[in-house]
Design a binder for this molecule. Structure first.
Ligand SMILES: Nc1ncnc2c1ncn2[C@@H]1O[C@H](COP(=O)(O)OP(=O)(O)O)[C@@H](O)[C@H]1O
Ligand SMILES: [Mg+2]
Length: 351
């Protein structure tokens, strides 16, 4: 049998915030997630009182007292003020008795972020939707491409038979439109082509897109950068990621009519959950713009193919970007209101 991993390792990999306290609230131990939530280190909180740390007095006292009678209590939707980055945090807090033979009785406090839970469900829904769309586009592409080839071939044969210019014009239209449809299908299937995986720095991708964009539209557009220089390299298909970022940045430029501000920001998130997996490190790239925002009527569906708010838009850019991110084990999220649109790209760091 393999040796079990040390309990500390397991506790530190959990996304649940765990504090082990004495019955008067004195902190004995906190896990990695707790350090992140409390924005401090285990050493600094040891010996302090949980009441003060969490800013909940009476309800915690009652819950701790209940553990003496071997009862667990869950305090629902507590708002903890001024946590990570000064933001308040909504949590469900469960206080349970914890002890082993001969040892002093302790209590286990678990905090589960409620906003995080709703993010998980939204993410799960988006992944499900993504799987359905991928299947649909696969099927659709298959159904369209085969007959299209036949159609084009027949038009070509017909074209040879015809002698007058006017009739030939019709066959040329058929051939031209068949080619256009075929190219559209290829674009929908685009990211399905072979992967070329290498190690690279995400900043190289962002910088590449920045240069391309500024070369396209010089005046009235600024692209600011706020990069975390300690970002580790990731393994993936650099060209595909350039495509994903380019699709997002291009949308921003188009929405702003070429004039405005785009921001590129990178950060590392620790103990971050994507899909069902908690990753030690996840890269976050935030692409923001101060344009008009995503039209309200399509805001919920922008990652679907064929959804576009632009006349003449194919509505493929974001669905392709989402596909590329998900092929790298990552995800995209978007929040938008007039004057402030943000696309968050998450990529796990595989060690
Ligand atoms: N930064 C943004 N600001 C405003 N609207 C946006 C932004 N990004 C995307 N959109 C909206 O989402 C739609 C879908 O984008 P996309 O999938 O790239 O398709 P397309 O660009 O072909 O329309 C766009 O047409 C636009 O209406
Ligand atoms: Mg687009």
């Amino acid at each position: 049998m393999k040796a079990s991993p040390p309990a500390d390792e397991i506790l530190d990999s959990l996304t649940t915030t765990i504090l082990l306290v004495e019955l008067d609230g004195t902190v004995h131990y906190v896990n990695g997630a707790a350090e992140a939530v409390l924005a401090t280190s285990a050493e600094r909180v040891r010996g302090r009182r949980a009441h003060d740390l969490l800013g909940i007095g009476a309800p915690l006292q009652v819950a701790l007292a209940a553990t003496e009678e071997n009862r667990s209590t869950t305090l629902r939707e507590l708002t903890l003020k001024q946590f990570i980055g000064g933001q308040s945090l909504v949590v469900d807090c469960t206080v349970s008795p914890f002890g082993w033979d001969g040892a002093e009785k302790l209590a286990l406090i678990e905090l589960i972020r409620v906003d995080q839970l709703s993010r998980f469900t939204a993410e799960a829904r988006s992944q499900e939707r993504h799987a359905v769309t991928t299947m649909l586009t696969d099927r659709l592409a298959h159904e369209i491409k085969n007959p299209l080839g036949g159609l084009r071939g027949a038009a070509q044969l017909l074209d040879r038979e015809l002698s007058d210019r006017e009739s030939k014009e019709y066959t040329r239209i058929i051939i031209h439109e068949a080619d256009r449809l075929s190219a559209l299908v290829d674009r929908m299937m685009g990211p399905f082509t072979a992967h070329k995986k290498t190690w690279f720095n995400l900043h190289a991708v962002l910088e590449h897109v920045r240069r391309l964009t500024l070369a396209d539209v010089q005046e009235g557009l600024t692209i600011s950068r706020d990069y975390d220089p300690s970002l580790p390299e990731i393994m993936g298909d650099r060209e595909l990621l350039v495509q994903a970022v380019l699709n997002i940045v291009r949308n921003a430029v188009q929405a702003m009519g070429g004039r405005g501000e785009i921001g590129l920001l990178t950060r590392i998130r620790r103990q971050f959950t994507l899909g069902n997996r908690c990753h030690r490190q996840v890269l976050e790239a935030l692409i923001s713009d101060n344009g008009p925002g995503i039209p309200a009527d399509i805001r919920k569906n922008i990652f679907f193919p064929m959804v576009s708010g632009r006349t003449g838009g194919a509505g493929l850019g974001l669905s392709i970007a989402q596909d590329i991110l998900s092929r790298h084990g990552g995800a995209i999220e978007c929040v938008s209101q007039p004057g402030d649109t943000k696309f968050f790209l998450y990529l796990p760091v595989v060690e």
